[in-house]
Design a protein. Structure first.
Length: 324
């Protein structure tokens, strides 16, 4: 049993969508000693600062939810930032955790680590079996490096650093930037503004045919803690022979056209939806095989309709502050 009240947990990235959901979930479970640091208090790309932070604070567990993230356009436009910042953050936090003797760490990756044309649904062992999707290759390479860093510290130093690969996430505290965000916040915003402005038409990027799987961030937070709390023998048995990572998703996907129709329903938009073929589609399909995590006793519980209503309610309540 984990002594939740006395376990000191560091959540890196606690102001982001996943990090803030993790803090809420950990608190609800009775974790009382949660350490966080804002960007002005700790720059995670600064190796010396990160090492000093870990020397100052004894830590039992790290959730590495800090990352530079964005949708298809942001990944395609700022590839240097995506690979550079993520490599630094990961190397600094994972390396400093090891130097400070932290035994347990959970690294958050992304389903874009798998090959563009991997067999669907994608199993964990599809990693490094083919060419990556071009629009987010630099980000994916950084995330693959993060998995391999954890794996290597486990192999060389006997650490217990685990990785989770979430499918496309959404929910409260998402980034609602009109261009740089992921598809769900972008469409919630665009359809909302069309309703407000009485516009007859909304444009959705690409062909509408790509398929995506979406997971509410509260489900993601619950999966992260579930994986962190698994005892080492159970985790090792499930992740042999790679001692590596586990997929986190719902096991269900839909087309972007279907998503747009659901967002129209949720936002009350009754006009026309058109598709802008000048924008990229990205990977044709990205559905995770979630049987490994199911076998470890976790399943998603928030459906897309319910989750979209929750995200939309948050956006409406926070439209002024929503990062944009
Ligand atoms: O969410 P999204 O940017 O993520 O795009 P990816 C998903 C699909 O939605 C693509 C379409 O086919 C987009 O063309 N789409 C339609 C839109 N309208 C919009 C819109 O207004 N905004 C956006 N953003 N998309 C990202 C990766 O890829 O997924 C990251 O670039 C990361 O590295 C993340 O892995 C989870 O699934 O295409």
């Amino acid at each position: 049993m984990i002594a939740r009240a006395t376990t000191r947990v560091f959540v890196a990235g606690h102001r982001g969508m996943v990090g803030s959901a993790l803090v809420r979930h950990l608190q609800a479970l009775g974790y009382e000693d949660i350490l966080t640091a804002t960007r002005s208090e700790l720059d995670l790309t600064d190796q010396a600062a990160v090492q000093a932070f870990f020397r100052r604070h004894p830590i039992d567990q790290v959730y590495l939810a800090a990352a530079k993230v964005g949708g298809i356009h942001a990944n395609n436009t700022y590839p240097a930032d995506f690979i550079h910042d993520n490599l630094l953050i990961q190397a600094n936090v994972i390396g400093a955790a090891h130097r400070a003797g932290v035994r347990k760490l959970l690294f958050l990756g992304s389903s874009c680590i798998y090959p563009k044309l991997a067999p669907q649904p994608m199993r964990e062992d599809a990693l490094l079996t083919g060419t990556l999707e071009a629009t987010n290759e630099p980000y994916a390479i950084a995330k693959i490096a993060g998995i391999k860093l954890c794996e290597s510290y486990n192999r060389q130093h006997g650490r217990d650093y685990r990785s989770v690969m979430p499918t496309n996430l959404y929910g409260p505290h998402d980034n609602y930037h009109p261009d740089n965000s992921h598809v769900i916040p972008a469409l919630l915003r665009r359809f909302h503004e069309a309703v407000q402005g009485g516009e007859p038409e909304v444009a959705v990027w690409g062909s509408g045919r790509p398929m995506r799987e979406f997971l509410h961030v509260d489900d993601m937070a619950s999966a992260c803690v579930h994986v962190m709390e698994l005892d080492e023998a159970t985790w090792r048995a499930a992740t042999q022979p790679m001692l590596s990572h586990v997929n986190v998703g719902t096991g269900q996907d839909c087309t972007i056209r279907e998503l747009a129709e659901t967002v129209a329903r949720v936002t009350g938009f009754e006009g026309r939806v058109v598709f802008d073929a000048s924008k990229p589609d990205g990977t044709p399909r990205k559905l995770l095989d979630v049987s490994r995590l199911r076998g470890l006793g976790w399943e998603a519980s928030i459906g897309l309709d319910e989750g979209l209503r929750d995200a939309y309610a948050w956006f409406r309540a926070n439209a002024q502050q929503a990062r944009a």
